[in-house]
Design a protein around this ligand. Sequence first.
Ligand SMILES: Nc1ncnc2c1ncn2[C@@H]1O[C@H](COP(=O)(O)OP(=O)(O)O)[C@@H](O)[C@H]1O
Ligand SMILES: [Mg+2]
Length: 235
Amino acid sequence: MLQASGVSKSFDGRAVLSGINLDLGPGEIVAVVGRSGCGKSTLLRLLAGLEQVSGGCITLAGQRLAGLNPATRLMFQDACLLPWRTVLQNVVLAAPWPDSIKTAREALSRVGLLDRAQDWPAALSGGQRQRVALARALASNAPLILLDEPLGALDALTRLEMQSLIEELWLEKQFGGLLITHDVEEAVALADRVLVMENGRFTLDLSVRMPRPRLRGESEFVTLKERLLTHLLGY
Ligand SMILES: Nc1ncnc2c1ncn2[C@@H]1O[C@H](COP(=O)(O)OP(=O)(O)O)[C@@H](O)[C@H]1O
Ligand SMILES: [Mg+2]
């Protein structure tokens, strides 16, 4: 569905990404992990069509990417809700017409926030705001969601709850996703494949073939997590 071949990106002559190849199939979740500053968000912005590649090519469903695409939804660390609209209105904006209100209410119900539909975003906690952002992405019915450290600002417990919710929703809806995270455990919990990025290149491509829902205590889970960590730490 989403393909990058030989993608590079430079800013003012300084290479940030080079030789990036990526192939994301329908319904597949790929995680990209790496240290801060290695180029993860730059890659996501290119895949989203927010910025242009310096070299190589990105295609979405076989078409060369040219700017933002309605098949792709984005989710960031900040929920990016419109503060002057209610929770429901924020989700309605993304839902396809003419059933947008019904679809938005269903999505809110799915993330457990239907009872907060008439509240202002400011009245919600950070975790609840991210659940609204997730509902908005779901309501759009987009086949591809790009997530840039969506849980990065949440406390550990809320994060775990959100990870289970994303896992459940994925099992139900089978959307494709690219998840950027600095949390190796999150990557193993959610992704079908984990790519490690270092200095603007992928240096490891690891398949995660565990059935869902995944148990973090299982030996395979622990082994994969350790493998990623030792690679990242350069042991
Ligand atoms: N618009 C920009 N102009 C110049 N440099 C940029 C720009 N965007 C990102 N960079 C640089 O690219 C590198 C990678 O940034 P980024 O992709 O945000 O990393 P990550 O998300 O992995 O933390 C950093 O050195 C950053 O300063
Ligand atoms: Mg980033």
